[in-house]
Design a binder for this molecule. Structure first.
Ligand code: FEO
Ligand code: CA
Ligand code: CA
Ligand code: CA
Length: 597
C-alpha cells in the first residue's frame, strides 16, 4: 500500500484562504493546468475556435459550454492515455457572443449544440499527475453529444404514449440531452449523467393540455423558456405537449464506442436529476443513488433486479448496460432521534415506489410513477430535503454522502425545520436591546452521511448523521463532525462530492454565500481528523467548482470550472472574469491540479 503514490489523499497542504481572485488558486507546492476549454476541438474536422466566427457546425464538434461532471476512464492498453468525459450543463449567451454580432437564431442553434457531453482523449504530461488534451485528429473515441444527438429510451416507460411526439411516434427515440449536471462512472465503465433543470428550455406560456397540468407544474414547466421554439417547434408545449416528458432522465453513455447510441433510463425516474452514482450491493446488484435538486425535494435510490457480470468482455458489458433498465426505485424518509443527544442524526428507510413490473403507489401505474416521480413520491411522505445534489457512496467506508446545497425556503410555514434539515428562517434578538437578527433559511448547506444497514447498499434501512453544517466556522450553528472549529476552512453550498483512495471526502461548492469564490475542499471521514475541512483550491470570479475527481492514483485532481464571469449584468464586452486568460473573455474549462515540488 505504501508504494501507491496517494499524494492528494495523504499530503498535507496549507489551506487556500478565502479570496476573490480571478484565478484558479491551489496550495503552495501544487500547480494547475487547463486541460480543455470551451471551443477546443473535440471531433475530427473541428475548426480552430474563433469567438467571432462561431457556427453551429463548429459547435457540434468543439468542447461545449459550462462543463460540470468530470469522469476519467482508462484506455485499455494505453497507460499514458485516458478518456475524459464531461457534461455541458447550459449556456450563458451574454458571455458567449459579442453583442449584436450574430442573429438570434444562429446564437440559439450554437447554444443547442454547446449543451450535452464531450468525450476527450487526454495524455499524460511530463510531471506525474499532469494531463493534456491529446491531438483530436488521432483520438478515435473523441465525441460530442448534444441536444441534437439521438438517444434510445429504455425501461418500462419507453414507448409510453406520453413519450410519443410528431417526430417520434414510437416514444423511444429522443433527440438530445439537456442540462447535464453531475454524473457518475459505473463499475462497468460507462458514464451516467443527470438531466437537471430541463424546464427552462420549454415555452409553457400558451394554452396547455389540461391532462398534464399537475405534471408540468410539479416539474416547473411554467415559464416561457429560452425562446428556442423559434428554431425548433418541439420546445413549445402547445405544439409538442409530450416533448418535456422526454427530458429529466438519467443518461448512460458508453465512451468506449463512439458510434453507440446513448440511452435514457426511465427506470431511474424522472425529476431534476443532479446525477447518479452506482455502488454494488453485497450480492452484486447495482445500486444507483440519485438526488433531485430542488428546494424541498427528495433523495432516491434504485436497486437493479439483476447482478453485475465481471470482466471487460463485450458480453459482460452488454449485460451490465441492461442493469439500469429493471429493478426497484425508492425514495428516502429520515427520522430524527431528537436533539437531546447533541447530534442531528437518526434512522431512515427507503420506501418502494415501483419496480419494473409493479407499482407500489396507489392509483399510479409503473409508467406513471416513472414519468411523474415527484408526484408519486409526494404520496408516500418522504423527507423534504434542502436541494439534494451529488449523492455518492464512499468506496472505502461504504457510507453514502449527500451534498445538500442550501434552501432559502427552509423554516417557512410550508417547509418547517426538522432534525435532518435543522436550519431555517428565524428572527432572533441575540441580546437585550440588540437589533433583531433575521436568518433566511439554510444558506450554507450540509453534508449528510448515510450508513446502509449491515453495510449493504441494497438494504432498505439506514442510519444518518449530519456530518457538516456548513458556513462560517465562527457562526454558532456550524458543525464539522465535532472537529475544532478554529482549525477548519469556511465552506458554503456543497454541490459535488468525490473520494480519494484514503476515503477522504472532496467537496466542490456552488454559490458561496460567505462572499468569496467557490472552491474544492478535502475532509477526512474517519479518525481523529474527521471533519477537518480544508480548502484545496478556489475557482475564478463568478465560477462554480464542479467535478471534482481524483484520478491516476490520487495524483491528479480534475475540476470543472463552470461559468467563470457569470455575475449579474456581465456582458461579453465587460466580463467579470477572463479566466483562463487565453482570451479577453472567459472560457469554462476543465483543469487538473497536481503536486509540483
Ligand atoms: Fe446543476 Fe444542482 O446543480
Ligand atoms: Ca439526534
Ligand atoms: Ca450541481
Ligand atoms: Ca461526484
Amino acid at each position: 500500500r505504501a508504494a501507491v503514490a496517494a499524494d492528494l489523499g495523504r499530503t498535507a497542504f496549507r489551506p487556500v484562504p478565502p479570496n476573490r481572485r480571478d484565478a484558479l488558486v491551489s496550495p503552495e507546492g501544487f500547480r494547475s493546468d487547463v486541460v480543455v476549454r470551451w471551443g477546443d476541438p473535440v471531433e475530427k474536422g473541428a475548426p480552430r475556435f474563433d469567438v467571432r466566427r462561431q457556427t453551429p457546425d463548429a459547435a457540434a464538434k468543439q468542447f461545449g459550454y459550462n462543463c460540470d461532471y468530470v469522469g476519467v476512464l482508462p484506455l485499455r492498453g494505453r497507460r499514458d492515455r485516458a478518456l475524459l468525459v464531461v457534461n455541458h450543463e447550459y449556456t450563458d449567451p451574454n458571455l458567449m457572443f459579442p453583442t449584436d454580432l450574430y442573429d438570434e437564431d444562429t446564437q440559439k442553434e450554437i447554444e443547442v449544440l454547446a449543451h450535452g457531453m464531450s468525450v476527450v482523449e487526454i495524455v499524460r504530461g511530463r510531471t506525474p499527475g499532469s494531463w493534456l488534451r491529446a491531438d483530436h485528429t488521432r483520438a478515435r473515441r473523441n465525441r460530442r453529444v448534444s441536444a441534437r444527438t439521438a438517444f434510445t429510451m429504455t425501461g418500462p416507460a419507453a414507448g409510453d404514449p406520453r413519450l410519443r411526439t410528431t417526430a417520434d411516434p414510437t416514444g423511444r427515440r429522443v433527440m438530445g440531452t439537456l442540462n447535464n449536471c453531475a454524473g457518475g462512472t459505473t463499475p462497468w465503465g460507462t458514464v451516467l449523467s443527470g438531466e437537471e433543470n430541463v424546464n427552462q428550455y420549454f415555452d409553457a406560456s400558451g394554452d396547455l393540455d389540461a391532462r398534464y397540468a399537475d405534471s408540468y407544474r410539479r416539474m416547473g414547466f411554467t415559464g416561457d423558456g429560452r425562446g428556442w421554439s423559434s428554431i425548433d417547434p418541439r420546445f413549445d408545449l402547445t405544439t409538442e405537449p409530450h416533448e418535456p416528458f422526454r427530458f429529466g432522465w438519467v443518461v448512460e453513455l458508453d465512451p468506449s464506442d463512439p458510434r453507440s447510441t446513448p440511452r435514457k433510463h426511465s427506470m431511474l425516474g424522472r425529476f431534476k436529476h443532479e446525477g447518479a452514482n452506482v455502488a454494488l450491493a453485497e450480492d452484486g446488484r447495482a445500486v444507483a443513488y440519485l438526488g433531485d435538486d430542488e428546494r424541498g425535494d427528495y433523495l432516491y435510490k434504485f436497486v437493479s433486479r439483476d447482478r453485475v457480470r465481471s470482466g471487460n468482455g463485450a458480453a459482460a458489458r452488454r449485460h451490465n448496460m441492461t442493469l439500469l433498465t429493471r429493478g426497484t426505485l425508492y425514495v428516502a424518509r429520515l427520522t430524527g432521534d431528537g436533539t437531546a443527544d447533541g447530534r442531528h442524526d437518526g434512522t431512515g428507510e427507503w420506501i418502494r415506489l415501483t419496480s419494473d413490473t409493479t407499482s407500489y403507489v396507489e392509483g399510479m401505474s409503473v409508467a406513471d410513477v416513472l414519468i411523474d416521480t415527484r408526484l408519486a413520491a409526494d404520496r408516500v411522505a418522504p423527507t423534504r430535503m434542502d436541494r439534494p445534489e451529488d449523492v455518492e457512496p464512499n468506496p472505502v467506508n461504504g457510507k453514502v454522502y449527500v451534498a445538500l446545497t442550501n434552501n432559502s425556503n427552509r423554516g417557512s410555514d410550508a417547509l418547517p425545520v426538522d432534525e435532518a434539515n435543522p436550519i431555517g428562517s428565524s428572527m432572533t434578538r441575540p441580546a437585550l436591546g440588540a437589533p433583531l437578527e433575521q436568518k433566511s433559511g439554510n444558506r450554507n448547506g450540509y453534508v449528510l452521511e448515510l450508513t446502509p444497514a449491515r453495510g449493504d447498499h441494497a438494504a432498505d434501512r439506514f442510519t444518518w448523521d449530519l456530518m457538516l453544517v456548513c458556513g462560517d466556522p465562527a457562526a454558532q450553528e456550524t458543525y464539522f463532525a465535532g472537529y475544532d472549529k478554529a482549525e477548519v476552512s469556511p465552506i458554503s453550498c456543497p454541490d459535488n462530492v468525490a473520494f480519494d483512495s484514503e476515503g477522504n471526502l472532496w467537496i466542490s461548492t456552488d454559490g458561496n454565500a460567505l462572499g468569496s469564490n467557490d472552491g474544492v475542499f478535502r475532509v477526512p471521514t474517519a479518525g481523529p481528523e474527521r471533519g477537518r475541512v480544508q480548502q484545496f483550491l478556489t475557482v475564478p470570479r463568478g465560477a462554480e467548482a464542479c467535478g471534482p475527481l481524483l484520478a491516476d492514483r490520487d495524483r491528479s485532481l480534475f475540476v470543472a470550472v463552470q461559468h467563470p464571469g457569470e455575475v449579474d449584468g456581465a456582458t461579453f464586452e465587460s466580463p467579470a472574469s477572463t479566466w483562463p486568460h487565453t482570451d479577453d473573455f472567459p472560457r469554462p474549462s476543465v483543469a487538473v491540479v497536481y503536486r509540483h515540488a
